[in-house]
Design a protein around this ligand. Structure first.
Ligand SMILES: Cc1cc2nc3c(=O)[nH]c(=O)nc-3n(C[C@H](O)[C@H](O)[C@H](O)COP(=O)(O)O)c2cc1C
Length: 231
C-alpha cells in the first residue's frame, strides 16, 4: 500500500473499511470491463435501499454507447466552463487542476432516475415532504457506491449537466428526473483523500463541526464527541 492511495486487498472488508475507503473517482479508472455478476450485485444493492412508502422510485439506465457518452461529455465540458466563469481568479486557478468526470475513461455510465409517480397517489411518508422521494434515490446511489467499493470498483458522480439535456439524450419519459450520471468501473487505486481536498478546493470538516446537542445553538465545546473513545 502506498502512503497516499489504497490498493485492494483480496480479503473482504468490514462495512466501516468500505465506508472509509469509498472515494469519488475521476482519474483512476483502468477501463477494464465490469464482470456481469458483479454489476448485478451492485445494482441489486442499490435496489435494496430503503425508500419512502416502499416506492422504490429509481431506475438505472446502463450507458455503454460511445456516442451517448461523447455527447454527454461535450455537454459537461460546456457546463464546466459556465461554472468556471462565475469563479474569481484564485478559484479559477484551483479549479483548473480538478478533473470533474471520468465519462469516457470509466467502463460504464449508469444514469439513476427518479419517478415521482411510482407508488402514488398516496406515497406513505411523502405527504408533507415531497423530497423524500429523491432522498430515497440518493440512498440507492449510496448503496451502489458502497457495494462497488466492496467489489473493488470505483464510482464517480457527475452533476455538471442540465437535466433537460440528459433527459432528451437518453429518451427519458416526461416526469422522470435524472438524479445522477455515475461513472463506474475498475480502478488502479482509490485515493485516501478526496480530490477536492488534495487539490485544495475545500477541506473536510471535523465531526465536532457538525454535531449539536439538544438545540442548534448548543455546540457544548467542553464535551466533544470526538474525544469519546470509540470501540
Ligand atoms: C450529489 C453529488 C454530486 C456530485 N457531483 C460531482 C461532479 O459533478 N463532479 C465531481 O467530480 N464530483 C462530484 N461529486 C463528488 C464530490 O465532489 C465528492 O463526493 C466530495 O468531494 C467528497 O469526496 P469523496 O466522495 O471522494 O469522499 C458529487 C457528489 C455528490 C454527492
Amino acid at each position: 500500500m502506498t502512503s497516499d492511495s489504497y490498493t485492494f486487498a483480496k480479503n473482504s472488508m468490514s462495512l466501516y473499511d468500505i465506508i472509509n475507503k469509498r472515494r469519488d473517482v475521476r482519474a483512476q479508472f483502468s477501463g477494464e470491463s465490469i464482470d456481469t455478476n458483479i454489476l448485478k450485485k451492485i445494482l441489486q444493492a442499490a435496489h435494496s435501499a430503503p425508500s419512502v412508502g416502499l416506492s422504490q422510485p429509481w431506475d438505472f439506465i446502463l450507458i455503454e454507447s460511445e456516442s451517448i457518452r461523447k455527447q454527454f461529455k461535450e455537454h459537461v465540458e460546456i457546463e464546466r466552463e459556465s461554472f468556471n466563469n462565475v469563479l474569481d481568479n484564485d478559484r479559477k486557478g484551483i479549479f483548473a487542476n480538478i478533473k470533474i468526470e471520468g465519462i469516457l475513461e470509466s467502463s460504464l455510465g449508469i444514469v439513476v432516475t427518479y419517478d415521482p409517480k411510482r407508488g402514488s397517489p398516496a406515497v406513505l411518508g411523502r405527504n408533507t415532504i415531497d423530497e423524500a422521494g429523491i432522498y430515497s434515490v440518493c440512498l440507492a446511489i449510496e448503496n451502489l457506491w458502497l457495494a462497488a467499493t466492496a467489489e473493488n470498483l470505483g464510482v464517480g458522480w457527475v452533476s455538471f449537466y442540465k437535466e433537460e439535456f440528459l433527459a432528451e439524450l437518453i429518451n427519458l419519459p416526461n416526469g422522470i428526473k435524472p438524479i445522477a450520471w455515475l461513472c463506474v468501473g475498475p480502478v488502479t487505486h482509490l485515493e485516501t483523500v478526496p480530490d477536492l481536498e488534495r487539490f485544495k478546493w475545500r477541506k473536510r470538516m471535523s465531526l465536532d463541526d457538525v454535531v449539536h446537542y439538544d438545540s442548534w445553538n448548543n455546540r457544548s465545546l467542553e464535551n466533544k464527541i470526538s474525544d469519546e473513545k470509540l470501540d
